[in-house]
Write a protein that binds this ligand. Structure first.
Ligand code: AMP
Ligand code: MG
Length: 382
């Protein structure tokens, strides 16, 4: 299908949703655009989404074209109110679904159900199942209600790049390729939604997120299969069922490594810098000082983040606090993009405990690194 990549993309800043007529008029216009088959990027509580009418196969095809996304990687369908679930889902809603919806919707949790035939195959990448989310973000909810149709929306980035957490990221990837961008400021969570598959015998966690495995376990009283994407779960004979999981994701242009022993990072960074590489380090407030000390001193602060340091060929980016991992989640994708702009050749990222939101952070980091994990002694690869 022909698709224009040099259209005019309008960016509309929304302030307090509901407070002024201007916002309402913009949301109404954006909703009408979506209903008629256009593409509109919008904020959610997780990352920015690229929205299209979920019932319109041609509009779904436009999403794949604009993102350069493989057509077998299905989209998540967003609803604006609980009552609209039957529009996209086939059959009854089971007990686990009811529990999870009551507890976590609206919010950053996507559930997989059998697909209603009304939803075209183009939206679900040819699958007989459909991923559904009811977002909490007020702009997202109102946009869906104004559109009057469920909105199919993957993350609003070029396929394979880090997901967008600000409007600047969306513009960077999609300017000229989509009709409108709603600017709602920075998103809160910064990582994509948790995905749970409810179409099998037991619920399966397909992608960890801000609704954590522990929260799901607690709600479901232990009836949750482990994350199929985590190292070690291959031995359980589980296969990743989220088709998107097979693609390299969230990837910066540099070669990236996740370093299990944070203490090894300064040495790794220094030897790479000494061999002439431009090095980026992703660390936290707690570890930045130690890395600074080893990698040299007398450097000036550069880049918008106050704690970033530039030491000759080594750029240290502090993305949040270990003591509050939600700050790391919020800072991660933006930091990967920043390091791309700085043109680093190699990135060493600190690792995190695989629990709570740490599991989602590690999932995205390891994917961004294409599976490169340096564990135990420095230089030894998992
Ligand atoms: P994105 O919105 O870009 O984060 O991508 C949506 C994710 O949801 C992809 O990883 C898909 O594989 C996953 N997904 C969407 N629909 C389904 C489905 N019906 N079954 C399993 N995974 C799905
Ligand atoms: Mg995505």
């Amino acid at each position: 299908m022909m698709y224009s990549f040099n259209m005019k993309t309008r960016v509309i800043r929304l302030h307090m949703v509901g407070a002024g007529g201007e916002d309402l008029a913009a949301l109404r216009e954006a909703g009408a655009l979506i209903r008629r088959g256009a593409l509109v990027a919008f904020p959610t509580e997780t990352v920015y989404g690229l929205g299209a009418n979920a019932f319109d196969a041609e509009a779904a095809a436009k999403i794949y074209a604009a993102k350069g996304r493989p057509s077998d990687n299905p989209l998540i369908v967003h609803i604006g109110r609980m009552e609209d679930l039957p529009l996209v889902v086939e059959g009854g809603i089971g007990t686990c679904a009811r529990i999870l919806m009551a507890r976590f919707w609206p919010g950053p949790l996507t559930l997989i159900f059998p697909k209603n035939p009304q939803v075209p195959d183009a939206t679900t990448g040819g699958l007989a199942t459909v991923a559904v989310r009811f977002p909490a973000n007020e702009i997202a909810r109102r946009l869906i209600l104004e559109a009057g149709v469920p909105i199919a929306a993957p993350s609003a980035n070029t396929s394979g790049r880090p997901s967008p957490t600000t409007v600047a990221h969306v513009i960077e990837d999609l300017d000229g390729k989509i009709d409108m961008i709603l600017d709602g400021g920075e998103v809160g969570i910064g990582l994509e939604s948790t995905i749970v598959d409810l179409t099998g015998d037991r619920p399966v966690l397909l992608r960890p997120g801000a609704v954590t495995a522990e929260m799901l376990e607690e709600a479901l009283r232990g009836a949750l299969y482990p994350d199929t994407g985590s190292p070690g779960t291959e031995s359980l004979g589980l296969h990743p069922k989220a088709p998107g999981m097979k693609y390299r994701h969230y990837a910066p242009r540099a070669q990236m490594y996740v370093v299990e022993e944070c203490a090894d990072i300064p040495g790794l960074a220094r030897s790479a810098a000494e061999s002439g590489k431009r090095v980026g380090v992703l660390c936290t407030e707690e570890t930045a000082g130690e890395i600074d000390k080893t990698c040299g001193g007398g450097f000036g602060t550069q880049s918008p983040n106050r704690l970033d340091r530039c030491m000759g060929k080594c750029i240290v980016k502090c993305i949040g606090k270990r003591a509050d991992l939600s700050t790391v989640a919020a800072g991660l994708f933006g930091a990967l993009r920043d390091l791309d702009h700085l043109g680093v050749d190699v990135i060493y990222a600190e690792s995190y405990p695989r629990e709570g939101i740490g599991l989602a952070i590690m999932n995205r980091l390891v994917k961004a690194a294409g599976g490169n994990v340096i564990s135990g002694k420095a230089g030894e690869r998992m």
